[in-house]
Ligand binder design. Structure first.
Ligand code: BGC
Length: 759
């Protein structure tokens, strides 16, 4: 029965999709579109479906060979028999550049022997630098990059990552993650630019421009892949790839803007969310993949599935009765390329489906058009493999410095009682805790391997927190006792005894690296052993400098209540140890601000842009009560805000409001300050968020210096999605906040109706 209804649905789609396919073609075909169409005209169905097929490198390498080696017969099969359009990933740990050169050259050589000589597009997860190439520049993960509130450095990181990806002969990067980091439980929150829609959107657009440059086809830029479209980051349980319930209105208000902005920034490709929302797997959602993505966002690049996700429509989601139905549903919904990636089943089923009339040829042509167009744009037809000599800056000191600066600007000082920091360099320091001496807690997942589990071996020459402190103040001034592993006490007495001989304790708690479902947790609290270590050390009375090296804000309230200073390092990358040591000992002034709310309790996980209802009742303390709020972060200097001014008292349709504020460095040290502009609408037809970030800037101030920071706001910047699913700005009273300054204004409009009849 189910199969019959699927058939009917698919036949209906057949009729509709011919129209859809045409309506999504660019209004005027460019020269490139014509060239692509001319190539498509020469292709057989098998060659077209091959282009839509992506397999993982394992499919074309020798079984159990170490190091991995291409298997000439398997490669020949992939190209000559199945005409695969794309290969991805790494089977095992990172390769060096030479190995990559051999791999990509062999693949492209094979492709050049196929009838139409269409180059393969190789894709990789270079998500914080080039994960899978030895010696590359690894940056802080996105959650930390967002904490810099510095779009320029994020842009530079994008440029460098693109350069080093091309230096690895790869033109396609599965980055950035544009998911909204709303849930601290979700194991991939570290891959996001944090919890705020505006921050995610602006950081995302910056890194995409860095990846793609002005010409994605030059030898230093790559195609970005915005992911995971859409709503992947907010599963109800917090566990990866479990169901989400997200109403359409909230989807549009919070989750869609980063993707809409990325399309405007020119992102060439998109990867689909593996999850299901309101019971609908996104890989099966024609509404999300075609109506919204193509019809509303006007995206015309490649939509690639995530890993095995078409198969999972049958195996996991149970919305397709067979694997073949799964292929039909996904392709008809709008998936252009299947990351199959372990076999050729997709290829076989799709050919059958086209021959049976269940997937229209127009849908195939549309998908292949998008794939070939990106291959042309990337210059793959002229230059399938880059020239090894073109990349002298790969892994250079110049690039390392940018990563160091990013880590320095990301690390967030959350507490500094009595200015205990910076520490003097001639004191004795106990360095302790499970994150003190491992690169895994600086780099996180997607570092050298999928799980980041070989970073201690492969991040050669890079400093853990311990090593960086030893280099900074000399081995003689540093005592090291781990005190605990991630979840068990380890020679606790030795750590406590060592603390008694130290002037200060640098206590490094947090998490080991993990990626995707491997990072699922049942409890947001830090494991008990780590808290116990903190409590025992606190009894010594020595000042505790608590360093949190972790991919998500684990609840640390009890341990943290005993610290004299607290620093959040997130996952700060290969230079994170050095950046932290510079900050601890006063060679750098911290300027990071939290990109996510730091919760105080495991069951109180509100984002800062909560509703007024979530502020609790006047007689209780159960409202928004984080340990530290989104946007919070201290410096070794102090800043004062004054003179917040608006260019006019009210904002009207078509007008721009200029906002200015004076920021003064009132302390003794030069420092960087992130200036965050929030607004609140007091009353609206949909209960307004308590406040929302609308703009930010980062400035540098010398002691005593004042700078005037200016922002421009238009009515569009104050918009929200109303109950008709329309993005509107409703007339009414607003509050605007920067630092501790507040000013009110009205938005006056006579054009925006709402269901409540309000104007
Ligand atoms: C992840 C994607 C990634 C892909 C390819 C999937 O498991 O969800 O983010 O790009 O694998 O490695």
């Amino acid at each position: 029965m189910k199969r019959i209804s699927i058939l009917i649905i698919s036949l209906l789609f057949f009729a509709v999709s011919g129209v859809m396919a045409q309506s999504h073609k660019p209004a005027q075909a460019s020269e490139l579109d014509k060239k692509v169409d001319a190539l498509i005209a020469k292709m057989t169905l098998e060659e077209k479906v091959g282009q839509m097929t992506e397999v993982t490198l394992d499919v074309v390498t020798k079984t159990n060979a170490s190091p991995h080696q291409l298997d000439a017969d398997k490669l020949k099969d992939a190209i000559m028999k199945y005409h695969v359009g794309s290969i991805l990933n790494v089977s095992g740990p990172a390769y060096d550049r030479n190995h990559w050169h051999d791999v990509i050259s062999s693949i492209q050589q094979a492709a050049s022997e196929d009838r139409l000589k269409i180059p393969v597009i190789y894709g990789i997860d270079a998500i914080h630098g080039v994960t899978y190439t030895l010696g590359s520049t690894l940056f802080p993960q996105e959650i930390a990059m967002a904490a810099t509130f510095n779009t320029d450095i994020v842009h530079q990181a994008g440029e460098i990552t693109a350069y080093e990806t091309r230096a690895s002969y790869i033109p396609w990067n599965y980055s950035p993650v544009l998911d909204l980091g709303k849930s601290p439980l979700w194991p991939r929150i570290y891959e996001t630019f944090g919890e705020d829609p505006y921050l995610v959107k602006t950081m995302g657009a910056s890194i995409i421009k860095g990846y793609q440059g002005n010409d994605v086809g030059d030898k230093y830029h790559v195609a970005a892949c915005m992911k995971h479209y859409l709503g992947y980051s907010y599963p109800l349980s917090g566990k990866d790839r479990t169901p989400a319930w997200i109403p359409d209105r909230y989807m549009r208000e919070y989750f869609l803007p980063s993707f809409a902005e990325a399309v405007k920034a020119g992102a060439k490709t998109i990867m689909i969310n593996s999850g299901e929302i309101n019971g609908v797997p996104i890989h099966a959602s024609k509404y999300m993949l075609t109506d919204v993505l193509r019809g509303e966002l006007h995206f015309d690049g490649i939509a690639v599935s995530d890993w095995r996700d078409i198969e999972y429509l049958h195996d996991r989601h149970h919305i397709a009765a067979t694997q073949k139905d799964a292929v039909m549903i996904a392709v008809n919904a709008g998936v252009d390329m299947s990351m199959v990636p372990l076999d050729y089943s997709f290829y076989t089923y799709l050919i059958e489906l086209v021959n049976e009339g269940k997937v229209p040829m127009s849908r195939i042509n549309e998908a292949v058009h998008r794939i070939l167009k990106v291959k042309y744009e990337l210059g793959l037809f002229e230059r399938p493999v880059g020239n090894p000599d073109d990349y002298p800056k790969f892994g250079s000191e110049e690039f390392r410095k940018v990563s160091l600066q990013a880590a320095t600007e990301a690390i967030t000082l959350l507490k500094n009682n009595n200015n205990v920091l910076p520490l003097k360099k001639n004191i004795k320091v106990l360095v302790t805790g499970p994150t003190a001496n491992t690169m895994r807690s600086l780099d996180g997942g997607w570092s050298y391997t999928w799980q980041g589990d070989l970073s201690d071996k492969l991040a050669t020459g890079k400093n853990t927190i311990l090593k960086a402190i030893q280099q900074k103040i000399g081995n003689d001034n540093v005592i090291y006792q781990p005190g605990a592993s991630f979840d068990k006490l380890q020679n606790l007495d030795d750590a406590v005894a060592a603390a008694k001989n130290a002037d200060a304790i640098v206590l490094c708690l947090g998490e080991l690296s993990y990626t995707e479902n491997v990072g699922n947790i049942d409890d947001l609290s830090l494991p008990a052993a780590q808290t116990q270590l903190a409590l025992e050390l606190a009894k010594t009375g020595k000042p505790i400098i608590l360093v949190l090296a972790e991919g998500r804000p684990r609840v640390v309230t009890e341990a943290e209540s005993h610290s004299a200073a607290t620093l959040m390092t997130y996952l700060s990358g290969n230079e994170g140890g050095d950046a932290l040591a510079n900050i601890l000992f006063g060679d750098a002034n911290p300027s990071g601000r939290l990109s996510v709310t730091y919760p105080k309790y495991p069951n109180s996980l509100n984002n800062y842009y909560r509703k007024n209802l979530e502020n609790g009742n006047p007689d209780d303390s159960h409202g928004y009560n984080p340990l530290y709020e989104f946007g919070f972060g201290l410096s070794y200097t102090t800043f004062s805000y004054s003179n917040l001014q608006l260019s006019k008292p009210d904002l009207k349709d078509g007008e721009t409001l200029t906002v200015s504020v004076d920021v003064k460095n009132t302390g003794q040290l030069e420092g960087k300050e992130s200036v965050l502009l929030y607004t609140s609408q007091l009353y609206a037809s949909i209960s307004p968020d308590f406040k929302r970030l609308r703009a930010y800037d980062k400035i540098d101030l010398k002691p005593g210096e004042t700078k005037t920071v200016t922002f421009k706001l238009t009515p569009k910047d104050l918009a929200f999605v109303n109950d008709l699913n329309k993005t509107v700005t409703e007339a009414g009273d607003f509050k605007l906040m920067i630092g501790d300054e507040t000013v009110g204004f009205k938005y006056i409009s006579n054009t925006v109706p709402s269901r409540t009849g309000k104007l």
